[in-house]
Ligand binder design. Sequence first.
Ligand SMILES: [Zn+2]
Length: 175
Amino acid sequence: MNNHQNSFSPPIRILATRRRRRTVSARLRSGVLEVMVPASMSVAERERWVELMRERIERQMRRKLPTDQRLAERAKRLNDRYFAGRLSWTSIGYTDTVSLWGSCTFTIGAIRVASRMKAFPDWVVDYVLMHELTHLVHSNHGPAFHEMLDRYPMAERAKGYLIAAQQLSQMQGGA
Ligand SMILES: [Zn+2]
């Protein structure tokens, strides 16, 4: 994990109000961290609170992030449904270093899904998982591979979604 890249550092707005006596509160609004502090609070004290609130909200956000455990559960469900539970893999998880959406090192059975897919709908993530799971049976992209992969009913829609997402990220200067 790249800590610098994943560190949560939103723009911060401090709202000082006379109505507030002692309490500090914070909320995330349109990507801006708003921290409400009493007007009487010193600058040093405000800064300390801003950092505390940033850390608290970061922890809350991390708890909501989709986990590798969730990927493993989805893969197991797909395995049961489309492969009669016959597939096995050694590890599965999100990564920042995959070149496109996913990768499967079929020799050791390691499946990786791009971290930027965490925000994608489940049926798109499932399609990428299906693709990588299918590689556990067929290492290349031949006709037998596609025949197996196309059993996933949302395959065509998911391909369209991924193409659009890729173009959007290129337009925004992403990878
Ligand atoms: Zn492939």
